[in-house]
Design a protein around this ligand. Structure first.
Ligand code: ATP
Ligand code: MG
Length: 553
């Protein structure tokens, strides 16, 4: 994040400045994903802020798996998370940690709190705790609040030793049963839960709650700024209370920022997992998914994603950004970097009846007019080529200036041709189009200066390759399927994927590598699929169309 003027950076600058809370210290942040799913574009915002702050102030950023909750966590996710962060261009050096590695220390801090009279073992069931939490006028209650520290210490140890069944008792911080902030009404900080943990196995049957664990993790790692999303704002007093009352080695500061939402998609791991489990998409890396692996497979670049987050900025107000803006950022990047090539998605054969049989020639075509350094390539041409079915009409509509009997078009960088006829099958389906080429128009300009309105793309019939092309569109038909009162599953579009088999692409694309990105002239930006492409048969995913529907302001 090169923009150093957001409110978080201002606070950090003040903190490390003269007389500030971290005067003379270097900035140390962390990105703490829970390894229970793949990272999505919302996580990318958080990690751009976390790693970005460290980079901007010459500090460090840790990568920490926030794995204190043993349900649904998986080693598969840990590797995927690392891959995604590396792909975005961030580096945590040797500072990769598991929060679960601190369980013993956390237990020690809990014992410390009990000893100070600041925590107690409570035997209310979760249901009873809920029932006794009071309301704005009525304080919460627990009959176990004034239990002697020795008793709580002994019980807490027995909880750890597995002497009590799940849910039988909890450890609660002793803070303020009347607090207007319900997070401070003696929150549960440990519970009994016999679940195998991906890192610690069955060593523990008690697990710390997030609000107790997170500040300790930050303090143990010497984090200065714990940057997180807005929903943790009301938890900050508890964060500070834990830091204040446990003898931790550092006093990190929590600062919250707004969560990112994007139209026409959902950004919740639970909802995304649901789409996969119901078979509605092809996995976490389905190119329609807002996950980083899905976006990558779709053809998104790290630069486009970074630019998207930079330009959205960082604020305290949750917002939903138009999906079109994400696409705009991708287009802008690919416009300067993607090589232009020709591909015909739905081919129809065009025979140039006056072009010598057996003859071939090559046309030199620029790879990227936006970047001359990309050079040129030779594109073969002969008597039979393929053009887009849509570029021909037997009976032209009004304002159709492309190929129809009697009309002339320019074949991109090749010749001007005039349509002389066509052949259709019994259903009226056009099989072959016939034309004559103008030998004096080599390169595309007529010798007599006569005007040719349209230019269409083409590939040589013999020297082109068969390909599958997948056109992706928005997953949902409403702007905010993520809203609480919206059943997102009712709004999945049936046509978010169209698979076209039998497309023809320039033969040069047989030399492309999976993951390469191209602009197919007149059609959009496409990325060669990393999973389904095989030697001799590439599969291309449409990353984004050419037309920019994003209007700033
Ligand atoms: P989800 O709701 O998708 O499961 P989460 O917040 O539970 O997300 P974590 O793995 O805990 O997922 O998130 C890691 C970090 O990413 C947290 O600091 C969280 O605040 C941040 N984060 C998650 N989603 C967003 C978002 N949409 N915008 C900004 N930050 C986000
Ligand atoms: Mg979370």
């Amino acid at each position: 994040m090169s923009d150093t003027s957001n409110f978080i950076f201002d606070m950090i600058r003040e903190d490390i400045g003269p007389g500030g809370r971290f005067d003379g210290m270097s900035v140390h942040t962390r990105f703490p994903p829970e390894p229970n799913g793949y990272l999505h574009i919302g996580h990318a915002k958080a990690l751009e802020i976390d790693f970005g702050a460290a980079e901007a102030f010459g500090g460090l950023c840790n990568l920490r798996m926030d794995d204190t909750n043993p349900t649904k966590e998986d080693e598969e996710y840990v590797e995927a998370i690392k891959d995604d962060i590396r792909w975005l261009g961030h580096d945590w050096g040797d500072r990769f940690f598991y929060a679960s590695d601190y369980f013993e220390q956390m237990y020690g801090y809990a014992v410390e709190l009990i000893g100070k009279g600041l925590a107690y073992v409570c035997e209310l069931t979760p249901e009873e705790v809920r029932r006794n939490r009071g309301d704005l006028k009525v304080p919460a209650t627990s009959p176990f609040r004034d239990r002697p520290a020795e008793e709580s210490l002994a019980l807490f140890e027995r909880m750890r030793n597995g002497e009590f069944e799940d849910g039988k008792m909890t450890l609660r911080a002793r803070i303020d049963l009347a607090s207007g902030n319900f997070n401070m009404r003696d929150p549960v900080i440990y519970r009994i839960n016999r679940i195998n943990h991906h890192n610690t196995g069955n060593r523990w049957c008690i697990y710390p709650m997030y609000d107790f664990a997170h500040p300790l993790e930050d303090a143990i790692e010497g984090i200065t700024h714990s940057l997180c999303s807005l929903e943790f704002e009301a938890h900050r007093p508890l964060y500070d209370w834990v830091i204040e009352n446990c003898s931790v080695p550092a006093k990190p500061r929590q600062i919250e920022f707004a969560r990112l939402g994007i139209t026409h998609t959902v950004l919740s791991k639970r909802k995304l997992r649901n789409l996969i489990e119901k078979g509605l998409v092809d996995g976490w890396d389905d190119p329609r998914m807002p996950t980083l692996c899905g976006l990558r497979r779709r053809g998104y670049t790290p630069a486009a994603i970074r630019s998207f987050h930079e330009r959205n900025g960082v604020s305290k107000v949750n917002s939903v950004v138009d999906y079109a803006f994400l696409e705009h950022c991708l287009r802008e990047d690919l416009n300067t970097t993607a090589r232009r090539v020709m591909a015909v998605l739905r081919p129809v054969r065009l025979v140039l009846t006056n072009y010598p049989e057996g003859k071939t020639e090559n046309f030199e075509i620029e790879n990227n007019p936006e970047n001359p350094a990309d050079g040129v390539r030779e594109v073969p041409f002969s008597r039979e080529i393929f053009i887009e079915r849509d570029d021909f009409m037997a009976v032209p509509e009004k304002k159709f200036y492309r190929l129809y009997p009697g009309n002339e078009v320019r074949l991109k960088s090749a010749y001007v041709v005039r349509c002389t006829g066509f052949e259709a099958d019994e259903t009226g389906d056009v099989r072959t189009v016939y034309a004559e080429y103008d030998p004096d128009s080599r390169g595309g300009n007529t010798a007599d200066g006569r005007k040719v309105k349209s230019t269409i793309h083409w590939v040589d019939a013999a020297r082109s390759a068969d390909a599958t092309v997948r056109l992706y569109d928005r997953l949902f038909d409403v702007e905010e399927p993520d809203l609480a009162d919206c059943d997102y599953l009712d709004h999945l579009r049936a046509d978010s994927l169209e698979v076209i088999n039998g497309s023809r692409v320039e033969e040069s694309l047989l030399l492309a590598s999976a993951g390469d990105r191209f602009q197919f002239l007149r059609l959009g930006y496409f990325c060669m699929d990393v999973k389904d492409s095989s030697a001799g048969h590439p599969v291309f995913n449409r990353s984004v169309s050419l037309r920019d529907s994003y209007k700033p302001g």
